[in-house]
Design a protein around this ligand. Structure first.
Ligand SMILES: [Zn+2]
Ligand SMILES: [Zn+2]
Length: 187
């Protein structure tokens, strides 16, 4: 039995076998929009992206990464450029009035559009395929804002044990569990 399987592997190339496995995966676990359930053509999307999780209709205008200008303390996105055209990153009014006790906070994306559906689907409806999507977005943000910092520890926000029992997972941990491995691979 083992011999015949080895012969089979020799007969068919590794890429052909991988392709066969992919076709079976698509048949067994077809890509579906996590919001409305319509099928998504896997050949038109990259794996582990928001486009692989939501159909075009549900994606709408998509999601919005935080971009300049933003507050250099709390990280909030500024949408209105001042009359003087001041579009540099700066400290927001709230942080000037009540300075944060943290050095700085950075977010990957604004909480609007499809993200308002994606986060509850991940957190409360166990749509765990989103973990990789969020992890990628967070990692890009981490590289952008913290890669030159002295990092002592990367910690997920802990979850109360009662919540952990109910939910079965800590969403913050799922979003950073491959951080170190990916970081080491990048450098
Ligand atoms: Zn949809
Ligand atoms: Zn601020």
């Amino acid at each position: 039995m083992l011999k015949s399987f080895t012969d089979h592997c020799k007969t068919y190339s590794v890429p052909a076998l991988k392709n066969t496995i992919r076709i079976f995966e698509q048949l067994l676990y077809p890509l579906k929009c996590l919001k409305c359930g319509v099928y998504i053509d896997p050949d038109t999307v990259k794996p582990h992206t928001m486009e692989a999780c939501f159909c075009d209709h549900c994606m709408g205008p998509g999601f919005h990464p935080i971009d300049t200008p933003f507050c250099i303390k709390c990280g909030i996105q500024f949408h209105q450029i001042t009359v003087s055209g001041f579009d540099e990153n700066h400290v927001c009014e709230a942080c000037l009035k009540a300075p944060l006790k943290l050095d700085r906070v950075r977010a990957a994306i604004e909480y609007k559009g499809i993200i308002k559906d994606a986060i509850p689907l991940f957190k409360y409806h166990s749509k765990l395929s989103l973990a990789k999507v969020f992890e990628h977005l967070l990692f890009q943000t981490f590289l952008c804002h913290y890669s030159r910092s002295q990092i002592d520890l990367i910690l997920p926000v802990p979850l109360h044990k009662k919540k952990l029992r109910e939910r079965g997972f800590n969403q913050a941990y799922l979003m950073i569990r491959s951080f170190i491995k990916t970081y080491q691979k990048s450098y």
